[in-house]
Write a protein that binds this ligand. Sequence first.
Ligand SMILES: Nc1nc2c(ncn2[C@@H]2O[C@H](COP(=O)(O)OP(=O)(O)OP(=O)(O)O)[C@@H](O)[C@H]2O)c(=O)[nH]1
Ligand SMILES: [Mg+2]
Length: 449
Amino acid sequence: MIFDTIVAKTTANGTSAINLIRISGSESITIVNKIFKGVNLEKQLSHTTHYGFIMNNNEQIDEVLVTIFREPKSFTTEDIVEIACHGGNFIANEIIKLLIANGARLAENGEFTKRAYLNGRLDLTEAESIMDLVNSKNFNQLKIANSQLRGDVLRLVDKLQNDVLDIVANIEVNIDYPEYDDVVEMTNDIIIPNIKILLNKIEKILVESQTGQIIRDGIKTVIVGKPNVGKSSLLNTLLKEDKAIVTEISGTTRDLIEAELNLDGIILKLIDTAGIRVTDDIVERIGINKTKKAISEADLILLVLDQSSNITSMDNELLQITKDKQRIIIGNKIDLGSKLNLEDEHIINISAKNNIGIDKLSAEVKRLFVDEKLLSEDYTLLSNTRHIGKLEETKIALTQALEAAEEQIPIDMVEIDLRKAWSSLGEITGENTSDDLISTLFSKFCLGK
Ligand SMILES: Nc1nc2c(ncn2[C@@H]2O[C@H](COP(=O)(O)OP(=O)(O)OP(=O)(O)O)[C@@H](O)[C@H]2O)c(=O)[nH]1
Ligand SMILES: [Mg+2]
């Protein structure tokens, strides 16, 4: 595909030593050459770097290094020029203005990567992984993003698509020989076991993807408990900083306090809440309502109880409210006693104030959410919600195909469901995807990517 020539600053705004400006498109070398004093760029080989100056007529703008990548061996597969200029927004903006005056257009968010995708250099999963790579905050996230960038997800999805096609091929072969009376029966005997094997494979991938998703997006974790049990103290101890106000007065925390914690490679999106109790105080009541909403949206509840006093009706109510959620029950203030006796419940005893037992809490979070085995091996984990959603659609279509086959419904009806499964898979890699989705996906990228 031929596109116009686009330009953007790839480095972030602010003061830095160097900025990198990227230009992509068939005119990129010609355009840069017009404002470059040094060698004639149009005569230079691909993958070479050249020292010189960016000039506005006779005015020197900056001393730069210019690197040339000739098509098709570039990120977008088009001619790309990268200008490494000095840092600061002013210089970069002046150079970009000159490039635009000479025929380039300012790129949209994610447009370079979008071109790489549209020109077949990357599939959609590889393109999306670049965003994850840039956003990664720990080694687990980096590992998953790199695996996706290497094409692991693409290959996994390709294999599943081939499995679907094999099944469809079985149907087509038999449809081509209608002289057999028992075509439907015969075909079903072959395809039913194959659909079942494929469904099992997909279910396994979906279960494993829970770990991937947790690694990529973090665990939305809400700390709840009655007033004064030490919720804010726990937040502070986990974060190793005094983020939330802690006092001996009940009802200290009124609003939700949010913080992010990197717990040995797992991101916890922590929310400290207002202690739940019956109160006439209007501000506190609003806080308590927010707490209840946060509970309903949480992936994980840390329910804090007080080991230094007996269980109260409020504790029981909280145990009840959170019983269907993934939760960890914490016995705080273990330094003051051990009064709680909850049968059938596993309690992790800690002292938030004295930093006791916090490692047990971390271990429990990992035990509940992360299959470490999957991370230690070279596994392909789906982590992106969009991919997982499409795989779930595939599973539904295959289940319908299986049910139809088992009920001896005409074979071409079964084939419709199988084709639906095949195209849901194709949407993961972008093989068949709407323009709207592509625009939305890439607009989430930042400028210059
Ligand atoms: N002895 C002891 N005191 C603790 C412990 N954890 C917290 N406290 C104390 O308990 C009191 C209340 O702590 P907070 O962390 O403010 O409790 P909270 O649950 O956030 O309270 P609200 O925001 O009012 O709902 C403070 O005086 C803390 O120092 C602990 O492990 N041991
Ligand atoms: Mg508090």
